[in-house]
Structure formats: structure tokens, C-alpha cells
Design a protein around this ligand. Structure first.
Ligand code: SF4
Length: 558
């Protein structure tokens, strides 16, 4: 289809209005204003959610270091901080019991941190950016990264108004070409344009180890008074995660009656029935959690992946016309499972670099390298470097992982090995046969009684995420080969997509044309944009592409 596209030109294009992207915009406007001489540059901030914060999801306990640097008077400016952390506790769980650690490991000591709702914090940051005179274009999704002669030139936005077959409907609006002197990708975890960049500019990942991910599933509950206090932080390891798999849970007191509860599961699991949503439902049935949740009401749901491999899996941070920030660059502390402060700090450093480039009218890789240099001398690098081997220490399971974490603590992060190689997550998934050989039994589907009191099915949770997609559009989950899904995967892995997706998008149904066989059926409108399928599919035939702008989850209080 030959389509004439509108071409928009801007100086700086920021993709993603999360903490990283908003920090870039805010800091850049501060620098321009402080300079006095410089003409205000054209800065375009685009966000695929329907509004700023709609797609922002996190645990979330925030280390305020980054925000303090960006907006020192954030408390006076009434940043939406749910509670200052007052108490920290760490538990090891068995199926029916719990053992409280006598102390909280320093890596997860949250003294001085705040419990926040990332979608509220992002909305507030968006207001601070708009107060500088910048507009944020929400509901505008990037479809493709434009690279010409090896230089990133901007982004093509998503076409609106196509039917399921990809043909224009009466309301068709072609995506535009947004050309920029500098494109800054702040898309969050496993963004589709960032993936384009990695695929088409191989040098970005040439020196990086593969990224590893967790899928985090969370709910926000209203509970009766007396169950938890505002500022209480509980972390757990152990049940329901088997000891050879990576993951853990949390409960945060957002107020005396509001609780954030969640569970994160490593996607490098050998189990083809690995089901983060179901593990989370089981987690809520533990006596410790029941005591907190009983008589309460689940209000909100969300799920997203977390880039957890740390420092050695970070990409090269710049290329001609391009910078990478925050989760897009894998900037997350794996020991603390925290990235908001690092995202903001990376945004600040990207803005300082962009400002210098604007002054010199030079956006070459040589000048953009200053961003990587800034990172190398920053507290963000120091923090990430200290935990550079944390995730890899758990490759042998929970107990070796705790042992390695202890050794790393006294060796400045080095531990017994440094920069141990690992594979991409999907390579660890075993076929049914391999699993049976290794564990002496077939992988078993994870189940729990869904009682609609403590536990909920995926569809109820999707409803609580506010997710919305127009049905009449091309599927944003592109399956390269249905034959693999309907035949080979059924036999070899038992179709793991129906388990790992936390939103019931993938279903295996009877195939009327092949009696006795099953086939894959998709419901893309349920998708909460977590990206688990794109990462965990063992054949890598699933590709998540951006749907129409303004669609997807509509997170509240998450
Ligand atoms: Fe996540 Fe993929 Fe399911 Fe969407 S379809 S919710 S991205 S696993």
C-alpha cells in the first residue's frame, strides 16, 4: 500500500513519557531557561498510553535520589508520595509457614525511600514538564525507527483506522514521519523501537550479555485498618517459586488501608508451564498474605516485565542521532529491583548531552558519546556496577544465589566469578521430554482454587487493569508461523504461551478443521503490554508490535 505520510520535523524527539523521558524533557527545558541566550528548541515528547501514566507500572518503592536531583523541592511541589518507608522486613516462605530474617539485607534496606504509585508519579512529572511550556503528545505510538545511512533519523508513528486485514477503513489516518536531530528512546522495558534499534544497529549490543527478565504481576487492595501500616515494606523469597527458579514477592503499605501486593517470576525458568499470574494467585493464599488481605477488596491489576540482568547486559548507550535511557537501556538495579531513580538520572544525563549537542548543532556519535561518559562517572554507574553479578549468582538456584550475594557484598560486587555468561531467557525453557528427564515428572499446570475473594482469574484481573483495544485493527501480536504453534510447540512444549501470558491472550482451542487437534486463538484486546510473550516464546515466533496509540492498560494507583 503506497501511503503519503505527513512529515514533522523537530530538534529532539523523546519516545515515552515515563520517568526517564519526562526527566529528559524537564531537565532540558531547565537548561535552556538557565542559558538565557538559546532559542527554545523544538522538543516533541510522544507517549503511547492514552494519557501520561496510563502505562506506567511498578512495585513501587522509589529511591528519591534521582527525583531529588531533578526537582529538589519535589516534596513542597506535592509529588504524589504514598508513604515514606517506616519498616522493612524480609521473609522466607514455605507453603504454610514463614521465617522472618533477623535483619534486612543491605541491598533491600529501604530506609529513606518512598512507596509510590508510578502512574501517579508519572502523571505529576508530566504536569511539571507541561509547566515548562512543553506539550506531551499522549496517544501517539511509534511504529518504526527510521534509520538512514546508519543514522537514526526519527520515528514513524502507527497507522490508525486499519481493519483486521490491514486495509484502510473510512477513518484511516496514516502514521506520520517524525524527523529529529536526536531521538531519545525512553520506552520502558523491551520497547518495540528499542528492539528495532538493537536489530538494525548490531554494535549497540556487541559488548553486552543477553538481557534477563522477570514478569511482575501486581494488585492494589483496599484492606480493613490494622492489617498494615503506611510505609510498611515486606519482601519474601521462597514459596511458591521452586528453589531452582528465580523470583520473589512483596507487600507494601501505601496507606493504613491500601496495599500493593505483587510477585515477580524469572522468565529463565525451565518449566514450560511457568505461569506468573497463577503463581501470584497462590502467593496470595499464603497465611501471611491472607492475614493482610482478608475482608479486603482488589481494586487494580497490572503486569509488566522487568529487565533484571544488570550492568553487563546494558547496551552501548548512544549511536548517531540516538540515545537510550532508563529501562530501554536495562538500567535497573537487580538486587533492589529498583529502576525509577536510575531512569530519572539517565534522563538528566541525556538532557545535559542533548543541550550540548543543540548548542554545537552537532548530533554525531562523537558528541553523543558524552552521555556514556557522564554515565561512567555517575552514581548510577557505581550503583549498577556494585550489583553487576547479582542476577547471575542465582543461576544455580536460591541457596547458591544467597551465598553468592553474600560473597559479592564483601568483594565489592565481584563475588566468585565476574561477568558469567548466560543465555537469553527462552533458551532455558525445557521441552516436556527434557523436563521429565531432569525432574522425573511431566511439567504440571499451576493451579489454585479461584475464589474471587483472595484469588482471581486472568480476565477479572484484565478488567481491573482498565485495558482497552479496538477490536477492528491488525493484531499487535504477530505470529510468524502458526504451524509451529499448532503442531510442533503443542507436542514439544505444550504451548507455554497459554500459561505465561498474564492476560489470557493466548488460548488453545479445538481445531474444527482437524478433529482431535488444537489450534492457537488470540484475543489481543486483553493485552496489558507486558511483553512476556515476545521474550519467553521458545521458538521466538511471537512479535509484539505497537497497536493504535492510546490503547492498552489504563493503570490507576499502580
Ligand atoms: Fe503480555 Fe504478550 Fe500477554 Fe500482551 S499478549 S499481556 S504482551 S504476554
Amino acid at each position: 500500500m503506497d501511503i503519503e505520510r505527513e512529515i514533522l520535523e523537530t530538534d529532539i524527539l523523546i519516545v515515552g513519557a515515563g520517568p526517564a523521558g519526562l526527566a529528559v524533557a524537564h531537565k532540558l527545558m531547565q537548561l535552556v531557561e538557565a542559558d538565557g541566550d538559546m532559542e527554545v528548541p523544538e522538543i516533541l515528547v510522544m507517549e503511547k498510553g492514552s494519557h501520561v501514566g496510563a502505562h506506567a507500572l511498578s512495585g513501587a518503592v522509589m529511591d528519591p535520589k534521582g527525583l531529588k536531583e531533578l526537582i529538589p523541592d519535589f516534596v513542597e511541589k506535592e509529588a504524589p508520595l504514598e508513604a515514606e518507608v517506616k519498616s522493612d522486613a524480609m521473609y522466607y516462605l514455605s507453603e504454610s509457614g514463614s521465617m522472618k530474617f533477623p535483619f534486612t539485607p543491605p541491598s533491600i534496606n529501604n530506609h529513606g525511600n518512598y512507596i509510590v504509585s508510578l502512574n501517579k508519579l508519572s502523571a505529576w512529572l508530566g504536569e511539571q514538564v507541561e509547566a515548562t511550556g512543553l506539550d506531551i503528545f499522549a496517544g501517539l505510538a511509534g511504529y518504526d525507527l527510521i534509520i538512514e545511512n546508519g543514522r537514526v533519523e526519527g520515528v514513524q508513528t502507527v497507522d490508525m483506522g486499519l481493519n483486521k486485514e490491514g486495509e484502510p477503513r473510512s477513518n484511516f489516518e496514516p502514521g506520520s514521519i517524525v524527523k529529529a536531530k536526536l531521538t531519545i528512546l525512553c520506552e520502558g522495558v523491551h520497547g518495540s523501537l528499542t528492539r528495532h534499534a538493537y536489530e538494525r544497529i548490531p554494535e549497540l549490543l556487541a559488548d553486552a550479555l543477553p538481557q534477563s527478565y522477570l514478569t511482575g504481576v501486581k494488585e492494589v487492595w483496599k484492606v480493613p485498618e490494622g492489617r498494615i501500616k503506611a510505609g510498611d515494606v515486606i519482601h519474601t523469597i521462597g514459596w511458591p517459586q521452586p528453589s531452582h527458579e528465580y523470583g520473589g514477592g512483596w507487600v507494601y503499605g501505601m496507606s493504613d488501608t491500601m496495599v500493593s501486593i505483587g510477585y515477580a517470576v524469572g522468565l529463565n525458568s525451565p518449566d514450560p508451564t511457568n505461569d506468573p499470574h497463577m503463581k501470584f494467585q497462590r502467593y496470595k493464599c499464603h497465611p501471611l498474605m491472607r492475614e493482610i488481605l482478608k475482608g479486603g477488596e482488589m481494586l487494580h491489576y497490572g503486569a509488566k516485565t522487568i529487565p533484571d540482568a544488570g550492568y553487563y547486559s546494558m547496551p552501548k548507550l548512544y549511536h548517531q542521532g540516538l540515545l537510550l535511557c532508563g529501562d530501554s537501556a536495562g538500567m535497573l538495579n537487580p538486587a533492589k529491583l529498583k529502576g525509577i531513580h536510575l531512569a530519572i538520572k539517565s534522563g538528566i544525563m541525556a538532557a545535559e548531552t542533548a543541550f550540548d549537542c543543540l548548542k554545537a548543532d552537532d548530533f554525531s556519535a562523537d558528541r553523543l558519546k558524552a552521555y556514556a561518559d557522564r554515565f561512567d562517572t555517575s552514581w548510577a554507574k557505581d550503583e549498577l556496577y556494585k550489583y553487576r553479578n547479582f542476577h547471575q549468582g542465582f543461576d544455580g538456584g536460591l541457596l547458591p544465589g544467597l551465598f553468592h550475594a553474600g560473597i559479592q557484598m564483601v568483594t565489592g560486587g565481584r563475588g566468585l566469578f565476574d561477568r558469567r555468561r548466560h543465555e537469553r531467557d527462552h533458551k532455558y525453557m525445557m521441552t516436556i521430554e527434557q523436563y521429565q528427564k531432569r525432574f522425573g515428572k511431566k511439567p504440571e499446570k499451576h493451579t489454585v482454587k479461584l475464589d474471587n475473594e483472595f484469588t482471581h482469574d486472568k480476565l477479572t484481573d484484565v478488567y481491573k487493569s482498565g485495558t482497552m483495544h479496538e477490536e477492528e485493527q491488525p493484531s499487535h501480536l504477530v505470529i510468524a508461523d502458526y504451524d509451529i504453534c499448532n503442531n510442533r510447540c503443542t507436542e514439544e512444549y505444550g504451548n507455554p504461551c497459554q500459561h505465561f501470558c498474564p492476560a489470557h491472550v493466548y488460548e488453545m482451542v479445538d481445531d474444527d478443521e482437524r478433529p482431535g487437534k488444537i489450534k492457537l486463538q488470540l484475543t489481543p484486546s486483553n493485552c496489558v503490554h507486558c511483553k512476556t510473550c515476545d521474550i519467553a516464546d521458545p521458538y521466538q515466533v511471537i512479535r509484539w508490535v505497537t497497536p493504535q496509540g492510546g490503547e492498552g492498560p489504563n493503570y490507576e494507583n499502580c
